[in-house]
Design a protein around this ligand. Structure first.
Ligand code: NAD
Length: 538
């Protein structure tokens, strides 16, 4: 394990629960935990125990927010936002670029905390500081391009001037899940504050510490601390409270909860972006590079144990290469190093909770009972960590099996053979979701033509999901039941603004002048419209 920044490593080494201890074990410095939880708006007197999926032992007791805390968090955020909205873009850009450096400098600390709190392998934890650095750099470089007032042609050339302003919404409520606890708590809110808003963040209860570290890093980068409030508590209560108070909601989580969030926002007529679930397909065309596809398939399915909204759960493989691909894929999966801990050597870590193991186990058991074959994996492995489930490949999955169309959100993939590409595309488009898809082919134009026919908000060619997710200029989000709105790119920041059109009318009025009758005015306008069309005006 590298130690580039030992001063910030929050670890106390040594066994802390010999009963569960499967090797080196770590706890967090109590002073480090309290420095994080001090960042919370939480005075209810109640606490929530956060346990590590590495060994199931407690990591911290996180104070919980009362309704009064949420009210106070919004009041502080609103005051901070009024000042923040007046800051020059150049100042915001400087802070974002400072955050970029800070996150890269402190990556060991960030990854330690993510691994301890979520259980994921360190190599998958690295994706989180990486994604925040990319997000901070992208908006740090492009914010003023997106937000600056735009001049547009008005109804009469030279006489009507149009300015389009992008005005911040106010206070944005960000409700985030546990699976990528650092980046999901921070990346969407970062675009919100870049646009001049304040944020009240409600992370998932299982991963509060990673979200609180994100808030601390914002403070250290120089953002006003009241601009980013963090509250803690159960989603149906504290999440609901955010929906009742915010000017806009950014929600990332399950489709079922997303629908409730959308209903709450509709009642108040506020906007929301919803980043929801998926049942993402991979198409491996007959001309694919088999070795490359097998390598990509492993990352596509087992990154963070499949607990990733854009991970692949269905693979459609061309008949001509099916057997060779399956052979390479299975042997790569069987060679994965499974374990729990902070080391870079682990290829797949445990799932976050017993609930995740139960769902995964139930999907596999249902498929097997109805005739599916397990090519590898298929079992829980409590010997490795309390919530471990083996990387699993299924064949022979049919529509009556639960895992055919329902998101497992675990390390399980179903393989299907196809003869005809058009048929494969239509099977990939089955179901309610449309988040991400992956296509393997050595023919770029052909793969891009297939991509246009796939109903998914992001499509990665010769890559699983990382190419779109790490390309911050590329909007990311779901079609159909996978959500509405987009993070990243221009859409990712403009969703947090109201578009305001300001017209300045010079000389002529938009009405009859100089005693002209309404009829003469209508004739004059008709001639003008015909003339403007001839001139090619939009
Ligand atoms: P979830 O919907 O149960 O919880 C997500 C968040 O919503 C948590 O903070 C939770 O406390 C809160 N919440 C729960 N009930 C709420 C309510 N009634 N009102 C307001 N907030 C409430 O999601 P989960 O099961 O923890 O997360 C996994 C799901 O998230 C998967 O379906 C996954 O695909 C999806 N996800 C999507 C993306 C994306 O970008 N599209 C990213 C990560 C995860």
């Amino acid at each position: 394990m590298s130690d580039s920044n030992p001063g910030n490593r929050p670890l106390v080494e040594g066994p802390r629960d010999p009963e569960h201890d499967a090797g080196a074990s770590y706890a967090l410095e109590p002073s480090y935990v309290s420095a994080l939880t001090d960042r919370l708006a939480a005075s209810s007197g109640e606490t929530h125990e956060v346990c590590s999926p590495i060994d199931g032992a407690p990591l911290a007791h996180v104070p919980q927010s009362s309704e009064e805390d949420v009210v106070e968090a919004f009041a502080r955020a609103r005051r901070a936002q009024e000042r923040w909205a007046r800051t020059p873009y150049a100042h915001r850009q400087r802070l974002l670029l400072r955050l970029h450096d800070l996150v890269l400098d402190r990556q060991d600390e960030i990854m330690d905390l993510i691994v301890l709190e979520s259980g994921k392998a360190r190599k998958h934890a690295f994706d989180e500081p990486l994604h925040i650095a990319l997000t901070a750099r992208y908006y740090g470089r492009t914010l003023s391009d997106h937000l600056s007032t735009e001049r547009k042609p008005g109804v009469f050339p030279a006489l009507t001037r149009i300015d389009i302003n992008h005005v911040p919404k106010g206070v944005v409520g960000v409700i985030s899940p546990w699976n990528y606890p650092f980046t999901m708590a921070l990346c969407d809110g970062l675009a919100a504050i870049a646009a001049g808003n304040a944020v009240v963040s409600k992370p998932d209860a299982q991963t509060m510490l990673s979200a609180l570290l994100a808030a601390r890093l914002l403070d250290e980068a120089g953002f006003p601390s009241d601009l980013w409030q963090v509250v803690a508590g159960p989603g149906p209560e504290v999440g609901r409270s955010l929906i009742e108070k915010a000017d806009y909601i950014c929600f990332t989580g399950s489709t079922a909860t997303g629908k409730l969030v959308a209903q709450g926002c509709a009642e108040r007529l506020i906007g929301c972006s919803l980043e929801l679930g998926g049942k993402n397909p991979m198409l491996i065309l007959a001309d694919a590079d088999i070795e490359r596809a097998a390598e990509g398939a492993v990352r596509a399915v087992y990154s963070n144990g499949g607990q990733l909204c854009v991970s692949i759960e269905r693979m459609y493989v061309a008949d001509a290469i099916y057997d060779r691909f399956v052979d390479r894929f299975v042997s790569r999966v069987q060679a994965l190093s499974l374990g729990a801990g902070l080391s870079w050597d682990i290829d797949m870590g445990p799932l976050i909770s017993q609930a995740q193991v139960d769902t995964t186990e139930a999907h596999v058991a249902d498929a097997v009972a109805k005739g599916a074959r397990v090519l590898t994996g298929g079992r829980a492995r409590p010997d490795l960590a309390p919530y471990f489930f083996e990387p699993t490949i299924l064949e022979g999955v049919t529509p009556e099996m639960t895992c055919f169309g329902n998101e497992t959100f675990g390390p399980v993939v179903s393989l299907y053979r196809f003869h005809d590409e058009a048929d494969a595309i239509s099977r990939a488009n089955e179901g309610e979701y449309g988040l991400n898809a992956s296509i393997y082919s050595q023919d770029g134009p052909r793969a891009r033509a297939v991509a246009r026919q796939v109903k998914a908000g992001t499509v990665n060619i010769n890559e699983a999901f990382g190419a779109t997710f790490a390309s911050l200029a590329a909007p990311m989000g779901g079609m159909r039941s996978s959500g509405t709105g987009r993070r990243q790119g221009r859409e990712g920041i403009l969703r947090y603004t109201e578009t305001q059109s300001v017209a300045t009318q010079r000389l002529a009025r938009i009405a009859p002048m100089f005693g002209m009758s309404d009829e003469a005015y209508a004739k004059m306008m008709t001639r003008t419209l015909r003339g403007l069309k001839k001139l090619g005006r939009a």
